[in-house]
Each structure stands twice: as C-alpha cells, then as structure tokens.
Design a binder for this molecule. Structure first.
Ligand code: GZL
Length: 324
C-alpha cells in the first residue's frame, strides 16, 4: 500500500511539473512583440514636438515597444542612438535624419546586423539606397513651390521690385535644401522678385528672431517679404518686426511652412499671411510600415503625406480643427 501511495504522490508531482513546463513553453511561443528603435532630431520646433507625440501615441496604439532617443539636433547623437539600437537587437530602426549626408557607415552597420531602417520626415543622401527601406514624409520641394506660387499671386499689382529675405532651416537638412529649391523654381522667371538676404535660423524661434533683427538692421524698409522655412522662425521674426516698429503681414508680407497651431494664432492676430502645411502626424503611417515590414510585405520606396495651403483669411475657421 505504502508503495502505491508513494507512487501516486510522485505521479502528482510529475504531472504538476509537466503542466508548469508546458505553460512556460507556451509563454516562450507567445508571439514576440515588435521593438522599434526611433532616433528623433530634437525638440526644436512645435512641428517636432507634434511629430514626437504622434510617434509615441501611434506606437502605444499599435502595441509596438518604442525605444526613443532625442538627439538635441546633433548628428553624432543620432549615430550613437542607431548604434545602441543595433546592440540591443531591435527589430526595426527608424529615424528623422537631421542632415542629408554622413549616414552610410552606420546604415551599413544596421544592414550587416540585418535590421531594416525606415526614414521618417527627412531624406538622406546615400549612394546606396538599399541602406534604407522607405521614406515616409512630405515633398519639401512642392512645399517651396506652393509658398512661391502663393507669393506671386499675392504680389500681383505690386509696383516695383519684390525684395525677399529668407530664413532657411537647418543647414544641410532636406527641408532647408528642398524648400529653397522649390521656392526659387517658381521665382526664376520673375525678375522683379529678388532674394536680397538669406540665412539659416535653424528652425527655431530664437534664431529666427535674431537673424530677422540683423536683416532689418541691414535692409530696413527695403524688405517687402519674409519667406521662412518654418513657422517657428516666422513667429520669432514677427517679434523682431514689431520691435522695429513695423507691422508684420502688412509692411512685410510673411510666407511660412508647417501650419502648426502657433501659425494659425499668428494669422488670426493678423501677423502672418499664409502657412503651407507640412504634417508631423507621421506616427500611424510609420507603425503600419513597421508591421508590414515585419509581416514580410514589400514597402514602396516613398510614402508621401498629403498637405494643403492655409492663408490668413481661413485661420479662424481652421484653428479649431487643427490636430497639431
Ligand atoms: C519638416 C521638418 C522640419 C519642420 C521644422 O518635415 O523636418 O523640421 O518644418 C522642423 O519645423 O524643425
């Protein structure tokens, strides 16, 4: 009898052990979640803050584990972050490259580690475009053309030269290069339109104000138009224009890009003439691309976001609808 009781107890323990091992095995079989390493440029503008929020919220909604790094607008910090994501063996790397060049070495390291890379917002200039899977973002050249076309229309009937000062974005960045290119393409056969001063304001309000102060000091009432590559620099420049005793959007026509809330508020206050939309809400498209990639689907090399143009006259009705 003793033996049978002993063997029964042993059997219970054995069955229990088998059940625990089965449960653990099941755990390990549970579908492993996706881990995305994202290197963000920084927090230099309202646009960038909205872009970060969109990515964080979309990752959460998609159930994707997000490893996020803020590079404070320094390329070396982005390269460090990408190397760290490689070391952590993330499933996918995505980043918004602060400038176009200098990425081949680290992108080759990601390729060697068999980790696919998705570009968001800005492009890279690489010989080998197999180093990245797709670019999700706006057509900056077209944004520059839209700014140029709006200005030509606005200045119809203006007597004499149209002297333009330009606040460029970050030197070497895709939006700065391409927004300048698109704007100048529209103006190239308009001899009375002339860019008399052009300098980077690095996409920030503070720098935009500082450079506009220098433009005003050098050119004063000779300035007819300000073309700013983003709303933050335009808003900084508006402060400089007012401090110089001039009326923004009246004495100096102001054309800007991004269409962030601050721009709609400035237009409602009659201080900005127009903003060309550049949507930062790239999070959902990025997460869909990550999931498709992990499911083995082929992605297009370019995913372009659709955008509009918002003049001052529509600001009051549009502002309540804005999502960033
Ligand atoms: C454009 C984005 C630019 C915005 C700026 O897609 O890269 O960077 O226009 C931001 O506001 O700083």
């Amino acid at each position: 009898m003793k033996r049978s009781r002993g063997s029964a107890a042993a059997m219970v323990v054995l069955v229990g052990l088998v059940m625990i091992l089965a449960a653990l095995g099941c755990q390990s079989d549970k579908k492993k979640g996706i881990t995305l390493g994202f290197s963000q440029i920084g927090a230099e503008s309202e646009w960038r803050t909205a872009n970060t929020k969109s990515i964080e919220e979309a990752a959460k909604a998609a159930g994707i584990e997000l490893k996020f790094s803020d590079a404070q607008q320094k390329q070396e910090n982005q390269i460090k972050a990408i190397r760290s994501f490689i070391a952590q063996k993330v499933d996918v790397i995505a980043f918004s490259p602060v400038v176009e060049t200098g990425w081949e070495p680290v992108l080759r390291e990601a390729k060697a580690a068999k980790i696919p890379v998705i570009l968001t917002d800005r492009a890279v200039d690489t010989q080998d475009d197999s180093l990245w899977v797709t670019l999700i973002g706006s057509d900056f050249v077209e944004e520059g053309r839209r700014a140029g076309r709006w200005l030509v229309e606005k200045m119809k009937g203006h007597e004499g030269p149209v002297n333009i000062v330009e606040l460029q974005g970050t030197v070497g960045s895709a939006p700065a290069i391409d927004r300048k290119k698109g704007f100048e393409e529209i103006l190239k056969d308009k001899p009375n339109f002339k860019i008399i001063r052009s300098q980077t304001g690095d996409f920030t309000r503070a720098k935009g104000k500082e450079v506009m102060e220098a433009f005003l000091k050098a050119e004063g009432k000779n300035i007819n138009v300000l073309y700013a590559h983003n709303d933050d620099m335009a808003i900084g420049a508006i402060q400089a224009i007012e401090e110089a005793g001039l009326q923004p959007a009246k004495d100096i026509v102001i054309v800007s890009i991004d269409a962030v809330k601050g721009a709609f508020e400035a237009m409602k206050a009659g201080k900005l003439n127009v903003t060309v939309e550049c949507s930062p809400l790239l999070g959902p498209q990025l997460m869909t691309a990550v999931k498709d990639l992990m499911a083995g689907k082929a992605l297009p090399k370019r995913i372009v976001t659709e955008e509009g143009v918002f003049p001052m006259e529509t600001a009051a009705q549009e502002l309540p609808k804005r999502k960033y």
